[in-house]
Design a protein around this ligand. Structure first.
Ligand SMILES: NC(=O)c1ccc[n+]([C@@H]2O[C@H](COP(=O)([O-])OP(=O)(O)OC[C@H]3O[C@@H](n4cnc5c(N)ncnc54)[C@H](OP(=O)(O)O)[C@@H]3O)[C@@H](O)[C@H]2O)c1
Length: 194
């Protein structure tokens, strides 16, 4: 595995720009980029990343990232919007909060006569964020698609905004290999304990 010193992001990005030049792809973007990494990339990029795909849900609302991306015209895709309940248990904590059972979200769902998953999806839609809930179940896929037509009230949005707690479900620990160049801290450019 190459470190960012051995293979700087600017070099990787120029390879992606070349792929776009040659029409080998239609769009280029990034995933799991922090604001500092995006800033550094935008300084050297010939073509801006169209998208940053990041974990985003009411427990990890990332307001600074949203502002930065809006200002710099980078779209955001929200992954794990339902709290990624089926990720391997080795990546879960025993006492982790379960987003689909969050009392505030469940109460709002009851008021709208829909499911907690639909509230979580619509919350992203109302913030004008692309959202990619994963399901292998056709009925849930229908349910998730139907969430687009809900309308959360200003009060609902305010109550959900109060749930932010910088809680990642995808901690990134599996990218931090022993003796490898990456740590959870240099991945997110945040404190080690997130
Ligand atoms: N770029 C990255 O680093 C990154 C990291 C993580 C994830 N992702 C991507 O993000 C997407 C979604 O993330 P994710 O799979 O981690 O988490 P997620 O979408 O938050 O959660 C998926 C789980 O929610 C369940 N589910 C789906 N719809 C539901 C509903 N209406 N009611 C109740 N449960 C429901 C699914 O079960 P069923 O399938 O049984 O319905 C599955 O267990 C995936 O495509 C994934 O590849 C990207």
């Amino acid at each position: 595995m190459l470190s960012l010193e051995e293979l700087p992001l600017a070099q990787t990005w120029s390879g992606m720009e070349a792929a776009l030049d040659k029409k080998l792809c239609r769009h280029i973007g990034v995933s799991n980029f922090s604001v500092p990494k995006l800033k550094a990339l935008l300084e050297v990029a010939r073509m801006r990343p169209e998208m940053n795909q990041i974990e985003l849900h009411p427990y990890l609302q990332q307001p600074e990232m949203l502002n930065f991306c809006r200002t710099n015209k980078v779209h955001i895709t929200a992954y794990s919007p339902l709290g990624s309940p089926d990720r391997p248990s080795v990546f879960k904590e025993d006492d982790e909060p379960v987003l689909l059972k969050e009392a505030v979200v469940c109460q709002i769902a009851e008021q709208h006569g829909c499911t907690a998953a639909q509230i979580l999806i619509n919350w992203a839609v109302q913030r004008e964020i692309v959202v990619i809930p994963k399901s292998v179940n056709p009925a849930r896929m229908q349910e998730n698609l139907a969430a687009a037509s809900l309308e959360l009230t200003a009060d609902d949005m305010k109550n959900i905004a109060a749930l932010d707690r910088q809680r990642r479900y995808v901690s990134g620990a599996f990218w931090a290999l022993e003796d490898g160049p990456y740590t959870v801290a240099n991945l997110w450019d945040e404190k080690e304990e997130v």
